[in-house]
Design a protein around this ligand. Structure first.
Ligand SMILES: O=P(O)(O)OC[C@H](O)CO
Length: 425
């Protein structure tokens, strides 16, 4: 019999795009009834925007990967088939309690229902060059921002031209604003980062974030921080893997890519992101994306989607996916299976446990559960614009961050008006 084909659109690109294709290939090889056709949309923003546009034209895929901060937009969109309902309708008994609580709670409704499947979960980490640190007499990564400044100064004096590299596009709102705020237990927005109402307002122009960006700019002016971008030939991950820059902050999802592309002999490791001295470290935010099923497809396609999602949820799939990327397992059974297989005892996977330690450093607070704000793609774009203004010297830090908040709040008010009378589920 002919196989039922269905589409899966996703946001990951580069090496991670190939790894998603590996997962699709494994599913297609594992059974004979369905064929998932997987297509990268280039990045997370595009995956969400293209899906919304396709939905309007009735050309949507059956399954789509939506990043963490797209959750509110999806939940209010009425474009999806709830994951929990899809699985029940197709005869699967998914143990939702098997999903690691900090991960499932990011995506769950206020009643604890799961409308999407956690897939690639991450957090941001500090990647550091051990050999360079040895040159300045250190065997450990800096734990505070004060230490980062001191270490970067010494690295610079020792001849390292790029002690810290950052990217400042919209995407890095994640590390620079969102993760930083969570670690310092500071809100991004009122109403518990939006979880408690569509009338939330951005507040990060009045938090420690302002001091942080002020310091980053000061360190940039002193040559301790360099800005990298793919458009200029090298993004920060490439700069780190190439040994050109000694510290970066990026997703543990990039761990596999760094391991694979690191220049010969590069000695490196990962550590939790630093916090300012005297701050009690909070848990970092769960990053990554979840998988949503869209409305308007045939029963056969839904059967395929359910089989695909059940396949991904298996412990063996967790082991495969985590091994080839850097993403953390999203289920307890996956994590236990990986430990039983000795995964974390082997280099270079050892360091991956740092991500779990960072995510569980404290019981999540009201502002470290996640972010649930509408239109967050546009808000991140505003964060990117504001950072550009600051680092190009066009605007002072406070003025630029006030501007991000004002424009971001306008995005939130438009979203609220679109869904007038509705509340988050
Ligand atoms: O780079 P990722 O996949 O860990 O995702 C980072 C952010 O959570 C995306 O919103």
């Amino acid at each position: 019999a002919d196989k039922t084909k269905f589409d899966f659109w996703f946001g990951l690109s580069g090496d991670l795009e190939k790894r998603v294709q590996d997962v699709c290939g494994r599913f297609n090889a594992a059974q004979g009834d369905f064929e998932v056709v997987c297509t990268s949309q280039g990045n997370y923003d595009a995956a969400l925007q293209n899906t919304i546009a396709a939905f309007r034209a009735n050309k949507q895929p059956t399954v789509v990967q939506v990043y963490d901060v797209g959750t509110a937009t999806m939940m209010l969109s009425e474009a999806f088939y709830p994951a929990n309902k899809l699985m029940t309708d197709n005869g699967y008994d998914i143990k939702w309690g098997d999903y690691i609580h900090g991960i499932s709670s990011y995506y769950a409704t206020s009643k604890g229902e799961m409308f999407s499947f956690p897939f690639n979960s991450s957090t941001a980490l500090l990647y550091w060059n051990k050999a360079a640190f040895e040159k300045i007499g250190k065997t450990e990564a800096p734990k505070t921002w004060e230490e980062v400044e001191a270490d970067a100064t010494k690295l610079k004096a020792a001849g390292y031209e790029c002690p810290v590299a950052i990217n400042i596009s919209a995407n890095e709102s994640w590390q620079l604003l969102e993760q930083f705020s969570a670690l310092h237990n500071e809100p991004i927005a009122s109403k518990n980062n939006g979880f408690d109402g569509l009338d939330a307002e951005l507040v990060f122009n009045k938090t420690k974030f302002v001091k942080y960006v002020t310091d980053l700019k000061k360190w940039y002016d002193a040559g301790l921080v360099k800005i990298k971008a793919k458009e200029q030939g090298q993004d920060m991950v490439q700069a780190f893997a190439g040994g050109d820059c000694q510290m970066i902050m990026t997703s543990v999802g990039d761990h596999g890519t760094v391991a694979k592309t690191a220049k010969d002999g590069l000695s490196w490791d990962v550590a939790p992101l630093p916090v300012y001295a005297g701050v009690k470290r909070q848990n970092s935010l769960v990053g990554g994306a979840s998988l949503w099923v869209l409305k308007g497809k045939s029963p056969a396609e839904y059967k395929g989607a359910a089989a695909f999602l059940a396949f991904i949820a298996k412990p063996e799939s967790a082991l495969f996916w985590s091994t080839v990327t850097g993403y953390i397992p999203v289920t307890t059974s996956g994590f236990e299976y990986m430990k039983a297989q000795g995964f974390y005892d082997k280099a270079p996977y050892k360091g991956r446990e740092v991500a779990i330690a960072s995510l569980t450093a404290a019981e999540p607070s009201a502002v470290t559960r996640g972010i649930r704000l509408g239109g967050f793609t546009q808000i991140r774009a505003e964060v990117g614009n504001g950072l550009q203004e600051i680092f190009s010297g066009k605007s002072d830090v406070q003025t630029a961050i006030d501007g991000i908040v004002t424009r971001g709040n306008a995005v939130l008010r438009r979203f609220e008006a679109t869904y007038k009378g509705k509340t988050l589920p």
